[in-house]
Design a protein around this ligand. Structure first.
Ligand SMILES: *[C@@H]1O[C@H](CO)[C@@H](O)[C@H](O)[C@H]1NC(C)=O
Ligand SMILES: *[C@@H]1O[C@H](CO)[C@@H](O)[C@H](O)[C@H]1NC(C)=O
Ligand SMILES: *[C@@H]1O[C@H](CO)[C@@H](O)[C@H](O)[C@H]1NC(C)=O
Length: 377
């Protein structure tokens, strides 16, 4: 499929998580014809949540395999060992996508299925799975969109260097990305380096609720909730920047694809829209969520409000890194789940984020929406 130069290509997946409509009349009438002709409908998945076959076909363990197998960590002690078994049932899954009349399928590659140790030896059986998945997609005329990292760090790299905590991860990630571009770039034209750095940086290193389950002791056995989310994000952003640079210099001309990043963002709106203070709270809340990732990518540095509140806990970019990261996007993906109100706590000056105003929820429906916006392709 030729990439449209004229019109923004938008990938949207909508999942109604809960419906709180009072009656059917309140449902908006939206149909395919309501959208522009070249609007791209698709669905999106993550390798760990879909593939299953956690220890099959030569795959190495990822931090999510290890994390979910810790007793008592996940509700009901469930794991993604089998998940929806896409590794075995992808042909059937893709027919379902076709049946839904989808134009695109966004999926992530399991790094440790390709490189069981994260670097070094390639697991060709794992490579073959993605070869087949992509072949089937193209045969069905469904456009593949690949996410390189959707939270499943190879356990071997977590053990050897500490995963995202180490600056050495940048080189390991770039090598993995190079393999993916070489192997699938001739057929795959849409690349997403990361899905939601914010999620794994916070849930993995601040609350400890996601792999690798780190936070300040005693809640977690090891970690530092005040510093690690920023270090981890910094190394992920640098990995993104180096990967995009490599793609542009070595692959883009021949492969004619585009590359970007997907972030999530809760939208914040002032609790009291006519209060200057609440307006500032909402602005700073957005900067601390979306700006954390997009400000470096668009402007070359973290938002000033983050620097002011975090000081030296927020890493810095060298002039060379600024040059590399600034403009490192052909498009930006936004996963939006919901919005919240923001106001300042007058006692401690912290931002209070709430889904309610005078006891009334901010919205009636929880919609998961992921959109990909063209920036400069
Ligand atoms: C999960 O594992 C923990 C620890 O082994 C155990 O105490 C708990 O009963 C298990 N829960 C379920 C639902 O099996
Ligand atoms: C909202 O803010 C304005 C401006 O500060 C103030 O006059 C008004 O009383 C506030 N409203 C509420 C409900 O607090
Ligand atoms: C505001 O800050 C104070 C002092 O840290 C804290 O006790 C209180 O719970 C906070 N209020 C809210 C609504 O978060």
């Amino acid at each position: 499929m030729a990439i449209s130069k004229r019109v923004c290509v938008v990938l949207v997946a909508i999942l109604l998580v809960s419906q709180r409509f009072a009656s059917a009349e309140e449902l908006p009438t939206v149909e395919r014809a309501s959208f522009p002709k070249d609007f791209v409908f698709g669905t999106a998945t993550a390798a760990y949540q879909y593939e299953g076959a956690a220890t099959e076909g030569g795959k190495g363990l990822s931090i999510w395999d290890t994390f979910t197998h810790r007793p008592g960590v996940i509700a009901g002690n469930t794991t993604g060992d089998i998940a929806v078994d896409q590794y075995h049932r992808y042909a059937e899954d893709l027919w379902l996508l076709k049946d839904l009349n989808m134009d695109a399928y966004r999926f992530s590659i399991s790094w440790s299925r390709i490189f069981p140790k994260g670097v070094g030896e390639v697991n060709w059986e794992g490579v073959k799975y993605y070869d087949m998945l992509i072949k089937h997609l193209l045969e069905l005329n469904i456009e593949p969109y690949i996410t390189l990292y959707h939270w499943d760090m190879p356990q071997a790299l977590e053990d050897s260097i500490g995963g995202w905590l180490s600056p050495d991860i940048v080189d390991a990630f770039t090598r993995y990305a190079r393999f993916c571009f070489e192997r699938w770039g001739p057929r795959v034209k849409y690349w997403i380096t990361f899905n939601e750095i914010h999620s794994f940086a916070n849930a993995g290193y601040s609350s400890g609720e996601h792999a690798p389950g780190r936070c300040t002791p005693p809640k977690c056995s090891a970690g530092n909730s005040n510093t690690e989310p920023y270090i981890v994000s910094h190394h992920a952003l640098l990995s993104h920047a180096h990967t995009v640079d490599m793609y542009r210099k070595e692959f883009k001309d021949a492969q004619k694809g585009v590359i970007g990043i997907t972030t999530d963002c809760t939208w914040y709106t002032p609790l009291n829209s006519s209060s200057n203070s609440d307006q500032r709270a909402a602005q700073e809340a957005i900067e601390g969520f979306l700006g954390w990732y997009l400000d470096p990518i668009f402007f070359g540095d973290y938002p000033a409000s983050m620097r002011a509140s975090l000081g030296s806990n927020l890493p810095t970019f060298t002039p060379k890194q600024v040059e590399l990261i600034k403009g490192s996007q052909d498009f930006v993906g936004i996963n939006h789940y919901s919005s919240m109100y923001a106001t300042f706590n007058e006692t401690n000056g912290e931002i209070i984020k709430t889904g309610y105003k005078d006891g009334v929820p901010i919205g009636g429906v929880v919609i998961y929406l992921t959109s990909t916006y063209k920036i400069n392709w």
